[in-house]
Design a protein around this ligand. Sequence first.
Ligand code: FE2
Length: 355
Amino acid sequence: MNFQIRPLQTSTLVGQASEQDLFDANGRLLLEKGKQILPEIQDAIRKNEVYIVTYNRTLNRPRMFLEKDHHQLLNWIKRRYDEINLIHKDYLSKANVILNRVFIEMENGSISFVNLSSLETYDQLTYIHSIDVALLAVVIGIQMGYAQEALYNLALAALLHDWGKLSVPSEILNKPSGLTLSEFGQIKQHPIYGERMLRLGSKLPAEVVKVVRQHHERWDGKGYPDGLKGENIHCNAQIVALADVFDALTEDRPYRRALPPYHALEIIFSGINKSFSPDVVSAFRNCLDIYPENSTVTLNTGEIGIVIAVSLEMPTRPTIRVVYNQQGNVVNEEKILDLRKDLTLSVKAINFNST
Ligand SMILES: [Fe+2]
């Protein structure tokens, strides 16, 4: 993940179309790019309460090829998630501990012949992506109630899921566009290459190697290399698949720009029962700090209401029952606002503790 949320500094005028997606301090979407700036939004911009997502062209970290680097990179990735308040912080901290333990065992040589530094040297993007995917996968595993040892195997599989890319020429991996069929075919072989390399060259548990092979399988059977369907896909491979796609969507790739986090979330949630297991999507949803049902929110209109529904497809845009109007008076007649339908409405503030 290579984005940051930063205050918007601009003299945008009411009525102008926004040139960017606008967010609140917690990374929740206030206004979509292209929509007209409302007086409330302009007021919030003046008060420095509106943020934009920016993407780092290069990673702001020392380029060292020491084994301790894995720990530093993990901390850097975790800090990025902490900054955007997207994932429950206690899950992130627990996942951080698990992954650091895995790194230490790798450094001690307990997992023979497997050294993440090979990946770092070969392809930096795949190396960073692998640690990011591992952090997300372990967060989901924690939410699903995995025991310590199960989390450890999940972390290992996630860290090594793209190991087979070591056998794909880097000029193909990083080709900006126009892959030939044969090149695309080579990339699609990487789960098989990874399984072979790790089965022969390490003492990894069999389930870890299996997940490496299965991480591009899809719930509806449309994945590769084996076209496995549903529960025939190892549960850890289902988790890694989701983490892999979410991270890929929020990263710049040679062939496209990264998507804003909320947009990536909506793609993930729309993939329920198609690309992804419903249980894993649901666990991922529960890892996120979006809008808990029954929380009280203040809208950009000044109205205060209660979140009565959050859809899986658009969890960033809840349905609200208005309780107080703009003047602070109780609303006696039922007024329901569906933020999925009216994009001029947005949540300005939230009280997570209310019931
Ligand atoms: Fe992959």
